[in-house]
Every structure is written in C-alpha cells, then in structure tokens.
Design a protein around this ligand. Structure first.
Ligand code: SF4
Length: 317
C-alpha cells in the first residue's frame, strides 16, 4: 500500500481527487502513478474554456506575484474577503471560482476546492452554491454513477463553506496541514492588493481578518447542479441537491480511510464493471484481472458440481 497523500504533495487533497476516487479508486491511483500522461480530451478542454468564460463574465482575473507558499494561501483569503464584502454591501450578487478549504469531520485530512459559483440573493441574503457541469454530446443528464460524484462534490463545497462561516477551521489547522508560517510577512505584491487592509501583513493576521468577514455570512441555503451543453453554452437542466450530512460524513470517511493508508485501493464492484470498458488501464488493471479470475473460478466450481466432479481447486480437508 503506497502513501498516496505523499504522492499528491503530502499536504492536502483536492475535492476533484475525491470525485475521481468515487468513480473508481483504482483508476485514480493508476492516474496518480502516471501523472505525466496527457489526459485532457477535447471535451474536457471545452468544459474548462466554458468555465473560464463564465468566470470572466462576472469578474476580472488579476495577476499577483507570489513569493512564498504563504503568499499563495493569502491570495485565496483575498478572494474570500472580496466575496464576503461584495455580498455584504450588495456590490455583487454572484462570484465564481471561490476557494474553500478545511478539515471536515475530524478525519485528519485537509481538503481544498474551488466552488464554481456562489449566488447571493440581494433581498433575502440567501447563499446558493451552483456547480456547473458541461455535456459534450447531448442535452442529457450523465449516468447515475457520474451524478453521484457531482452530488458529493456540491455537498462537500457546502460543508467546507459552512465550516468556514461557523469558525470551525482554525489558523492552527491551516498552518499544521499546509506547513505554513503564520508569522511570515506577506510579499509586497500581495500587500499591494490588500489595499487599505495592509495592516494584515502576516498570514496569521490576514487569516483572522478573512475569518471575521466570512463569519458574518449565512450558511449555504441551497446546492444545485447546473448542466450545460458545450455546443451552445446554455443550461439545459438544473438539479437541486438535498444536502445530507449523514450520507456525506459516511461517504467521506470511506474515502479518507484510503488516504490515511488504512486500506488498499479498490476497483469497481461487479455491478459497475461497465466502467472498465472505457478505462485506459483495463488491460493491466490488477483489480479487474483478479475479479475476472474469481468469476471464472466460481463458474468452474459450479460446472464441476453439476457434473459431479470434485473441485480440484478447493483446498484439501
Ligand atoms: S479497469 Fe475497471 S477497476 Fe480497473 S481501474 Fe479501470 S475502471 Fe477501475
């Protein structure tokens, strides 16, 4: 069993890693072990372009010079502060590509993610998380399995966001998992973009400031999946996702066990063996080959029983 947390940098896991894990954990491991392979398909590229176009429609992208890991994290905080202040003052009612992070459910892992979109109702001050998914070939919803990963993703975003709002994420947790120095002075360009908040010149003081702003926001009220067709960039279906904390906790705990090294990677169950048909690792996948061997062995035993022949593969009594 490898330490896969170390393979992805040893500090945190992306929410998108968990989505791959939910689809097929073994496939995710094979991809991690061969990271150099180019896996972006034209459909994936078109999806990325559509996300970028939607982001640029509501906000500018500003380049900030990063001189340390602390600077990189500070940029996430600046984005969160901007969102919280815009929502509070009514300066904006939608923000896209919002960073969220935290260590949910006490599983000992740090998660990082980028929420596609958060909408704020100007009258009710209600926040909605919307995750956009694009479809390349048709205006149809994806398979049940694929949608299960999307549901978990949007629920995790709500969980991470709400934990920030309720003050459940601490400076110490961030410093510990991300190996950051809270007392390190931020770089000049980061301080420049802080404007009149320049007094927050260390990661620790900026984190305090950002958390205070976030804690003035409400929890996420609704979580929605928005499916768009790549051909016309239009939404063809909005799917409301009922947040289920018990389900999410259990699903996340199953994922976390693998990352902590408590168990080996698993491939798909027999009912989902159809996923192997389009998997680039199908010919060599140890999990799949083992399952095929088990099924053949069971069939041989069943045939032998019907013919009254002793099963020679069975261990001697
Ligand atoms: S062949 Fe099947 S079990 Fe193996 S990695 Fe691919 S999808 Fe997963």
């Amino acid at each position: 069993m490898g330490n896969y947390l170390e393979i992805v940098g040893g500090k945190y896991i992306w929410v998108s890693d968990l989505m791959k894990q939910l689809w097929c954990e073994q496939q995710m491991v094979y991809e991690m072990e061969e990271p150099s392979l180019e896996r972006e398909t034209p459909a994936m590229k078109a999806g990325t372009d559509l996300h970028l176009a939607r982001e640029l429609a509501v906000q500018d992208i500003v380049n900030v010079e990063i001189t340390s890991p602390e600077d990189a994290f500070a940029v996430k905080l600046i984005n969160l502060i901007g969102m919280a202040e815009d929502f509070a003052t009514g300066a904006a009612c939608v923000r896209r590509e919002i960073p969220v992070f935290g260590a949910p459910y006490g599983e000992g892992l740090f998660l990082s993610g980028i929420v596609d979109e958060i909408r704020c109702d100007a009258e009710t001050f209600q926040l909605d998380v919307v995750e956009m998914k694009t479809r390349a070939n048709s205006k149809t919803l994806p398979s049940t399995s694929q949608m299960a990963t999307h549901r978990m993703q949007v629920m995790l975003y709500k969980k991470l966001f709400d934990d920030l709002v309720r003050g459940a994420v601490t400076k110490a947790t961030i410093a510990l998992h991300l190996r950051l120095r809270l007392d390190r002075r931020l770089g000049d360009d980061v301080l420049h973009h802080l404007g009149d908040r320049r007094a927050c010149d260390t990661l620790g003081s900026l984190t305090d400031f950002a958390f205070a702003r976030l804690q003035s926001l409400p929890f996420v009220a609704r979580t929605t999946l928005e499916y768009c067709h790549q051909a016309d960039a239009c939404c063809f279906e909005m799917v409301a996702v009922d947040y289920d904390d018990a389900w999410l906790r259990a699903a996340y705990a199953r994922c976390a066990g693998f990352w902590r090294g408590a168990r080996a990677a698993r491939g798909v169950d027999v009912e989902e063996a159809w996923k192997c048909r389009t998997c680039e690792f199908a010919d060599t996948c140890a999990w799949r080959l083992r399952r095929i061997e088990e099924i053949l062995s069971e069939r041989r035993s069943a045939c032998s029983e019907r013919a009254g022949i002793p099963d020679r593969s069975a261990p001697d009594e």
